[in-house]
Design a protein around this ligand. Structure first.
Ligand code: CO8
Length: 261
């Protein structure tokens, strides 16, 4: 749609239940300026609030998912400005989405681009994708999760290497380290992401949200707390119609008819 200036949004999938968002600022490798980020927040919130949308796919172009925060926009900012304005603190919609978000990364995912991909639930990479946290090269450090989410995913040694050198890693290496769950040919990547999204949307949206919440809690809690939360969320599924329907359908050897309730 033409609702936005720096992103394109549309509904995809056979059942029109996939919210598709494409970063579209080609002249700057999809550098994430304030306007683009505001639009991205709005688009994610809108899809997340739409009961007909079961999964969101976020992508960029074949050259670049996103080359990071907009350096030209940051160039002349002062400490007091970024500190008083709490710069970047409002970029939370992606991480807060209850609806699963799949990042389909072709090309560069650098700095804030890599961080945005890591705010998503699943990252799929195109064969030519490159991931990096090159902030150190321009005299700053990651500011939207690059030292935290990356470290939790790839471990300290690799995260430290990437953050301290600014060197990029390939799609293959990103898969080796568990940063991405699969690598696809560049031209198939978006279709594969939509297909994966459709496999998720076959299930109860309500149950998917509980499952997502449980997995995400693994990053926030001790093991014992996480196991307790998981068990409670599992118990909670017994209060849903979809749990009854899912098990009944299995016993009756038919497909379940989930109502997201
Ligand atoms: N910001 C602004 N403009 C950019 C950016 C960027 N991050 N990246 C590329 N561009 C622009 C270039 O300025 C250039 O514009 P112009 O034609 O007007 O000069 C155009 O895009 C093409 O770029 P290049 O000529 O450099 O193209 P190359 O093919 O030679 O290189 C690269 C492509 C490798 C992507 C290179 O442009 C690059 O290294 N870009 C900067 C990458 C970077 O340092 N990113 C980190 C930024 S800092 C950051 O993200 C902080 C995190 C804050 C959190 C973000 C919130 C989620």
């Amino acid at each position: 749609s033409n609702e936005f200036k720096n992103i394109l949004t549309e509904v995809r999938g056979k059942d029109k239940n996939i919210g598709f968002i494409q970063l579209n600022r080609p002249k700057a490798f999809n550098a994430l300026n304030a306007e683009l980020m505001t639009e991205l927040e709005q688009a994610v919130k809108k899809f997340d609030a739409d009961p007909s949308i079961g999964c969101i796919v976020l992508t960029g172009s074949n050259r670049a998912f996103a080359a990071g925060a907009d350096i030209k926009e940051m160039q002349n900012k002062s400490f007091s400005e970024v500190c008083k304005g709490n710069f970047l603190s409002n970029w939370t919609a992606l991480a807060e989405s209850k609806t699963p978000v799949i990042a389909a990364v072709n090309g560069f995912a650098l700095g804030g681009g890599c961080e945005i991909a890591m705010m998503c639930d699943i990252i799929l990479a195109g064969e030519k994708a490159e991931f990096g946290q090159p902030e150190i090269v321009i005299g700053t450090i990651p500011g939207a999760g690059g030292t935290q989410r990356l470290t939790r995913v790839v471990g300290k040694s690799k995260a430290m290497e990437m953050v301290l050198t600014g060197d990029r890693i390939s799609a293959k290496e990103a898969q080796l380290y568990g940063l991405v769950s699969a690598v696809h040919p560049v031209d198939n990547l978006v279709d594969e992401a939509v297909k994966l999204a459709e496999r998720i949307t076959r299930h109860s949206k309500l149950t998917v949200q509980l499952a997502k919440e449980a997995v995400n809690s693994a990053y926030e809690t001790t093991l014992a707390q996480g196991i307790n939360l998981e068990r409670r969320l599992f118990h909670a599924t017994f209060a849903t119609n979809d749990r009854k329907e899912g098990m009944t359908a299995f016993v009756e050897k038919r497909k379940p008819n989930f109502t997201d309730s």
